[in-house]
Design a protein around this ligand. Sequence first.
Ligand code: 5AD
Ligand code: SF4
Length: 474
Amino acid sequence: MNNNSSRTDEQETLIQYEYIDKLKDIISDKSNRLGRKLTYNVTTFGCQMNARDSEKLRGILDKVGYVRTESEDADFVIYNTCTVRENANNKVYGRLGYLHSLKKKNPNMIIALCGCMMQEEVVISKIKESYSFVDLIFGTHNIFKFPELLYNAIQSEDMIIDIWKDTTRIVEKLPTSRKYAFKSGVNIMFGCNNFCSYCIVPYVRGRERSRKPDEIIDEIKELVSDGVKEVMLLGQNVNSYGKGLEEDIDFAKLLRRVNDIEGLERIRFMTSHPKDLSDELIEAMADCKKVCQHLHLPLQSGSSEILGKMNRHYSKEDYLALVDKIRDKMPDIALTTDIIVGFPGETEEDFLETMDVVKKVEFDSAFTFIYSKRTGTPAAAMDNQVPEDVIKDRFDRLLAEVQSIGRSKAETYTGSIQSVLVENVNSQDDSLISGRMSNNSIVHFPGDESLIGSIVDVKLTECKGFYYIGELDG
Ligand code: 5AD
Ligand code: SF4
């Protein structure tokens, strides 16, 4: 439970590389003995932040000599877990049973768990009690120790558990293995200080810590020289980037610096909190030509009273005024959002306020969530939890509204020419390739594999609701 504070962040990087070297020998010996390569599988639950963390896990596993497989019938299996809603936890427990059956057949198998769910004490107790076949558990704050922990797990017969309560550390320059050659997430900050009353993230991801701007810029330059065209700047609340750093920097300034990187073509970021979205940021977004025409701006609720209880620090009117300000500077920007239905005490009137904001803003799309009670958060102790059938009814009405608005918004782009970053060959029809527009919508169009990773102009010939069919322009 200590956080190895005797090591500096720089020493830590070197120490972990030493473990990587030791692991290389061990893995090579093992695979020589078995007469085959050892395989690994990383399964990710949850958000983009977890997806990026999984790339760090894969970077290390690739380096030490494991071979990646999509099957969970592998020699090393790790679940990078999420705990933002209860069903995320349930999925993990469900799948652990299946892993146990695989482990019985493969005595070499090592099973590891990491990520947000592991930061909860109740989860650790449950795993110790009911899933004793798990070999290694670590959390969100010490993921950089993965080489050392993997080394220990291989050497030990016992379950290894290393969970830190919080950290101030940022360990740089460990290997990563990207999912896409042409785009990448880039962490700019970790943790969250907002304590929205329903949300478990601040408890499992710790306090806000920003990476130094030079480290971020260097990482992006390196990615660009390795073929990356698009970056997604990642943080739980990117709008408060820079607080606590010595440099005179905030998110707007960082965005301008990233925009100046030669060879980079597109910039996205996630997630923005409405309360911290500054005028300077709106200016920077409008000025920076590489910043995509898309902003994800979680609303959570349209009722000022519920927003107060959620500890969001803005009202319905503040949110609507912010949207006006953004659209005033960037009329073509696509707006997407997150909405929670059934927060404790939500009345029909409160819900109708949410519907009202949805109709007024006309979001291009919205992720809608049923409120999930997270033990330890202030909302879990609130009275007036909304009955399930009422929530379900509101959820269905909200979803229908969101989808109908999304469809008609999408339709307005039909016939236009859009720049598209080609991502893959279509899985159902290999004469088509698929890519993303600046506003994050997907378009499928005739073309071949050689275009993957390039940005091309595509005419949108047909809108299929939430995606398009198109053709190369020119
Ligand atoms: N219940 C339902 N949805 C939640 N979210 C966060 N916590 C909860 C919860 N307890 C949603 C929010 C957030 C998104 C990532 O997940 O809408 O923006
Ligand atoms: Fe959770 Fe609120 Fe932080 Fe987002 S800003 S991670 S919803 S506490």
